[in-house]
Design a protein around this ligand. Structure first.
Ligand SMILES: Cc1cc2nc3c(=O)[nH]c(=O)nc-3n(C[C@H](O)[C@H](O)[C@H](O)COP(=O)(O)OP(=O)(O)OC[C@H]3O[C@@H](n4cnc5c(N)ncnc54)[C@H](O)[C@@H]3O)c2cc1C
Length: 424
């Protein structure tokens, strides 16, 4: 277990990472203690020891859904070191009879390594989630979703450590209460939307140790999203090879800057967190995407970092409104059937549409020289344009929230876990 402690060594910058070095948006202050357990036992021990000492605990995965303040984090950051695909392979158990395959992945396994492994093995069910940054453990915390798939539909059970009862439990899908970008684990962190609970924040009460997936043994699957069907030149619902679906998803995501920057894995603190061959593939695809956008090959090496990728992905949830609230929106605002948290029928609208129609377009900055800005490729991604701190990102986020509320009466709720700052 790698364990570094800035207090003991007295050299925070050298001995422990900053949260800026561990997160995709590249902001966040120094941490007191950083622990990388290599076994499940060490993982649980690290969690228990932080809780017993009454220290703030951040179990971190890929750091792709976190916005953390620049202040020092006077607690323990734990990152499960069981990253490799080897952790994945050893966990496989095949169910030959049902045409289904069960795969067990450790919490620390990189999510896209997992998807790449499934697709190359001919296991369908998660190919639409190609390129979502982060880890297997966090995928079930917010029930990741994209291009017509949600992780909830392939999870068969989640093995967790319950910080309250101090025991290991197996949670079935019904226990997980999966919803739109939510789960029982995420709910355990909040007392109201964007309002942290007294306990179990910024890490849920249930720490994910591993996830069991039930996938189909099949080289093909239905194309479940219009934009994807268009990219593939087929109709919605048509069956396509999962290898082709994965490639199309990665291309579409690259065109919107909704992939992480593979360059982050070169840093000292990220090395080993993702399979090297998948990093190389991602780097190659990044070059191809740039060429596709008209960038000349010789300029690529010298080009600035991909600031459009230095984000937390979609920064705001798509709001689910009451029917009365939705009726006040302009006629052309997107509307989809959805369920309110109390079970009543509601209407989901698009956060990106609201932001854009409130006058904040791609590339928007609060000031010309600001170091944070909306992605130039995606209205919903707040990005670090180089040298931004958490305050810069928060200023932009609040400007968008206030502007949308003033224009449409809807307060946008952040999707990332916001630590040490108030973005209500
Ligand atoms: C460019 C980009 C694109 C994105 N696109 C999508 C998308 O299409 N769809 C989507 O749903 N999301 C998307 N996201 C958001 C993000 O990728 C997901 O939320 C992802 O699951 C976060 O994983 P992580 O390991 O990085 O979690 P982190 O950011 O490290 O942590 C997030 C939360 O999960 C908790 N957590 C982490 N590991 C564990 C564990 N083992 N047990 C319990 N809690 C844990 C943390 O404590 C924290 O509260 C995108 C992000 C980026 C940067």
């Amino acid at each position: 277990m790698r364990q570094t402690d800035s207090r003991h060594f007295g050299m925070s910058a050298l001995e422990t990472p900053t949260l800026a070095q561990l997160t995709t948006i590249g902001v966040g202050g120094p941490v007191d203690q950083f622990v990388e357990p290599q076994t499940e036992e060490e993982f649980i021990a690290a969690v228990c020891s932080a809780d017993a000492a009454g220290l703030p605990l951040l179990v971190i995965g890929g750091g792709s859904n976190l916005l953390i303040s620049d202040e020092p984090f006077h607690g323990v950051v734990v990152r499960d070191k069981r990253h490799g695909v080897s952790a994945l392979k050893t966990g496989i158990a095949l169910n030959e009879t049902a045409g289904a395959v069960k795969i067990v992945a450790g919490a620390g396994v990189n999510w896209d390594d997992f998807v790449a492994f499934c697709v190359s093995s001919g296991f369908s069910g998660v190919e639409g989630l190609s390129g979502v940054p982060g880890t297997v453990g966090a995928s079930v915390v917010q029930n990741i979703g994209a291009y017509g798939q949600e992780v909830a539909s392939s999870v068969s059970s989640v093995r967790v450590f319950d910080r309250k009862n101090g025991d290991i439990q197996k949670l079935n899908p019904a226990d997980m209460h999966f919803g739109y970008r939510s789960s029982a684990l995420k709910s355990s962190m909040y007392s109201a939307p964007a309002t942290p609970a007294d306990h179990y924040f910024p890490t849920p009460r249930y720490v994910v140790l591993s996830v069991s997936f039930m996938l189909q043994r099949s080289d093909a699957n239905e194309v479940a999203f219009g934009q994807l069907a268009k990219a593939l030149g087929v109709s919605m619902g048509e069956r396509m090879p999962i290898v082709a679906i994965r490639q199309a998803v990665l291309r579409v995501r690259a065109s919107k800057g909704m992939l992480e920057d593979p360059g982050r894995y070169a840093s000292r603190w990220m090395q080993g967190c993702k399979d090297q061959s998948n990093i190389s593939q991602a780097a190659l695809q990044r070059i191809l995407a740039k060429l596709g956008n008209g960038v000349v090959a010789r300029d690529i090496e010298e080009a600035k970092p991909d600031f459009d990728r230095h984000s937390c992905g979609s920064f705001f949830m798509n709001p689910i409104l009451t029917q009365a609230q939705a009726a006040t929106l302009p006629e052309d605002a997107p509307r989809f059937d959805a369920m309110l948290s109390d079970g009543r029928p509601g209407v989901k609208t698009s956060a990106a549409w609201l932001i854009d129609h409130a006058g904040f377009h791609k590339g928007h900055k609060v000031r010309k020289e600001a170091k944070a800005g909306l992605s130039t490729l995606h209205t919903l991604a707040l990005t670090n344009r180089g040298g931004a701190d958490a305050g810069d990102i928060a200023e932009l986020a609040k400007t968008l929230q206030d502007g949308v509320e003033e224009r449409f009466g809807v307060r946008l709720v952040p999707e990332p876990v916001v630590v040490g700052m108030n973005l209500r």
